[in-house]
Design a protein around this ligand. Structure first.
Ligand SMILES: Nc1ncnc2c1ncn2[C@@H]1O[C@H](COP(=O)(O)OP(=O)(O)O)[C@@H](O)[C@H]1O
Ligand SMILES: [Mg+2]
Length: 227
């Protein structure tokens, strides 16, 4: 079904919770091209996070089809490997592990790969340098500011060279100046690494940074406009 340019193809995707009482996705259709940067907007409860969870294979849809990076997510049996190699997550709550160092937190997604501990160390260091945190590698995340933690989360998201970054309100918990730093970092990574970036935001000026803005309403795509 994939036309080659699309890294994400979703058709008539449905997802409900509470034994069908809550319809989070109501037959959603969406295509995203490889290397695109799209923003997703929409009211609270419209299904934005559910959509990202489906794309990132954190959860499975009930009906319809969803193909991401050439993988049929409705039928693939084990999703862990897909998730750790193809997807980088940057969420509002960065869920870093508090009793590990910054460097160790960035290394975690590589434990599932065949890299040696030296290679893991080098890769984590390289990414922490790229987010300007090389002087904090031995710190505990609890000692970092919100913006620094979000930069660790971005480094961790990139560690396995994912083809897609999913960012769910990545600046939602930050002050606007720190948020702007995180956004320019994401944008730079998108340009440099040619990664596909899908970002949920409720700020119109943030959404404008993407090449396309997708509006979600009641679990469907309401509109999609190039910026
Ligand atoms: N794990 C869950 N269990 C039950 N209901 C959920 C769950 N996740 C989301 N929902 C419900 O699904 C709907 C869509 O939620 P969500 O995708 O989080 O929306 P958004 O991110 O746009 O605010 C909401 O009504 C929400 O309460
Ligand atoms: Mg949400």
């Amino acid at each position: 079904m994939n036309n080659g340019n699309n890294i994400i193809e979703i058709r008539n995707l449905k997802k409900s919770y509470d034994k069908g009482k809550i319809n989070a996705l109501n037959g959603l259709d969406l295509e995203i091209k490889k290397g695109e940067f799209v923003s997703i907007m929409g009211p609270s409860g419209s299904g934005k996070s559910t959509l990202l969870n489906m794309i990132g294979a954190l959860d499975r849809g009930d009906e319809g089809s969803i193909e991401v990076a050439g993988v049929d997510l409705m039928h693939k049996s084990s999703l862990n490997e897909f998730r750790s190699t193809e997807i980088g997550f940057v969420f509002q709550m960065h869920n870093l592990i508090p009793n590990l160092t910054v460097l160790e937190n960035v290394e975690i997604p590589m434990y599932e790969t065949k890299l040696s501990s030296k290679e893991m160390h080098q890769r984590a260091l390289e990414l922490l340098k790229s987010v300007n945190l090389e002087d904090k590698i031995d710190q505990n995340p609890t000692k970092l500011s919100g913006g620094e933690r979000q930069r660790v989360a971005i480094a961790r998201a990139l560690v396995n060279h994912p083809s897609i970054i999913l960012a769910d309100e990545p600046t939602g918990a930050l002050d606007s100046k720190t948020g702007d730093i995180i956004l320019s970092l994401l944008k730079e990574l998108h340009q440099k690494e040619r990664v596909t970036l899908v970002m949920v935001t409720h700020e119109p000026y943030v959404a404008q940074m993407a090449g396309r803005i997708i509006n979600v309403l009641d679990g469907r795509i309401e509109s999609s406009n190039l910026t």
